[in-house]
Design a protein around this ligand. Sequence first.
Ligand code: SAH
Length: 218
Amino acid sequence: MRRRGGPVVGGEGTAIRTLVEIVQQAGVTDPRLLEAVRATPRGHFVSPEFALRADRDEPIPIGHDQPTSQPSLVARMIDGLQLSGTEVVLEIGTGCGYMTALLARLARRVYSVERHADLAELARANLESSDVTNAEIVVGDGSLGLPSHAPFDAVIVSATAAEVPGPLVEQLAEGGRLVMPIHAREADLVTLFVKRHGRLQRQRLLLPACFVPLVQGP
Ligand code: SAH
């Protein structure tokens, strides 16, 4: 039951937190990012059978054995990019387009690369129905980046590998930020990097998480 202006109340009277509250409690304070979460109904991005789960902080299957990550993780990754609204962003691993929509509300333009053509098509439809007009989805191997639209002010990767693929480093602008889960023995370490003097410098660990592999090559 949803009461206007108040919390959503569960069957036994327990207050269910909204996604904005969940993201806030995960440590996100940027008002633009919180507003983007509020303005982007996650239920529009997943299959109707999962609609009830869309308002919870859980990953949801989107097909091809791939999940859309839990919103707190998506938001904390985006928070690491510190977008101000002027940036051109490259996203690798579009999935259903939920992260793409948030990025598009925070940056000037988003290019997103997805290797599964049908997921790319799903994301395009989801973005269109969410009135997102400044994001372009490209089908391909994101580990190669998107040289035709480089350089990018920020790069964000939603799949894990042992290291950041070279083309993504090359296509990141000087001073630009890159967030990617780096595969380690215990977990995938979602790491913030900054490009300085032409090289990628590790800035800090954002959080440990669990990601699907970045599939490289054909
Ligand atoms: N950001 C998305 C994450 C989806 S899961 C979301 O929250 O909805 C990760 C996605 O990365 C999957 O859709 C998978 O197909 C894609 N992927 C994996 N390797 C890739 C590659 N080399 N190039 C492009 N996309 C890739």
